[in-house]
Design a protein around this ligand. Structure first.
Ligand SMILES: *Cc1c(COP(=O)(O)O)cnc(C)c1O
Length: 228
């Protein structure tokens, strides 16, 4: 086995174990391989292991890699500049980083011109770190209310990035809070909003995120970097 095979096996095992610890179905947890540091050979190896979803945080990389591997799903997980919207919509399965109003306006405008709908997650800055993008937890519902004027932007759920910490256990309250919001919003009836996807958890903290309700994890270095 190549290293990437072994890494993916390790990650899948850990996902299953985390799910089972909290009596969740491991099959209900989606895995995105974050290939932002990986070359095409590494992506090819992951595709051979059955990975169907990849994440990129730069539009240029998403466009070039999705051009080579159009048969898998490409997720835009990084900050998206408004002037890149038209290149990325239509090529991405899901934009995880809807983090501001101006971006929503652009996505709507471009989606109308292209005649498509664009699935997105609202990125929430749960921890309130100033350096992080995202709508603050207390403003998410108002944001969703405002978004209902758009026909082509389709909200599928929420995403967050936990703070970098020494002890992953410290991320738990962040994930718990996002799950609380996810459920609360799910009970309400916003037009064109479906709370299906809770995207949280990276290499440092995916097991905790799963214990706290994540159903989509975004894992880069545990798959593509040597050494976990
Ligand atoms: C890089 C990145 C990841 C993956 O991080 P790892 O620590 O390498 O697993 C997940 N989400 C986002 C938004 C990222 O930018």
């Amino acid at each position: 086995m190549t290293k990437i095979d072994e890494n993916i096996t390790w990650v899948r095992d850990r996902i299953s174990q985390a799910a089972l610890r909290v009596r969740r179905d491991p099959e209900a947890i989606g895995l995105i391989a974050v290939s932002k540091t990986a070359g095409l050979d590494a992506v090819a190896a992951a595709v051979r292991c059955g990975i169907s979803d990849f994440g990129e945080n730069r539009v240029q990389d998403l466009i070039s890699k999705s051009g080579v591997y159009p048969e898998v799903n490409w997720h835009m997980i990084g900050r998206l500049q408004t002037n890149k919207v038209k290149e990325v919509i239509g090529r991405t399965a899901l934009i995880h980083s809807l983090d501001r109003w101006a971006l929503a306006e652009y996505i709507e405008k471009r989606a109308v011109l292209a005649g498509i709908t664009v699935p997105v997650l609202v990125q929430v800055n749960v921890s309130g770190e100033e350096s992080k993008a995202g709508i603050s937890g207390s403003q998410v519902e108002e944001f969703l209310d405002d978004l209902s004027q758009f026909n082509q932007v389709q909200v599928k759920g929420l995403m967050t990035i936990a703070p970098e910490v020494d002890n992953p256990e410290e991320t738990r309250p962040v994930f718990r809070e996002l799950n609380r919001l996810f459920k609360q919003i799910g009970k309400k009836d916003y037009p064109r909003v479906k709370m299906n996807i809770l995207s949280m958890g990276m290499t440092q903290d995916f097991e905790i995120a799963i214990e706290e309700g994540a159903n989509l994890v975004r894992i880069g270095s545990a798959i593509f970097a040597s050494g976990r």
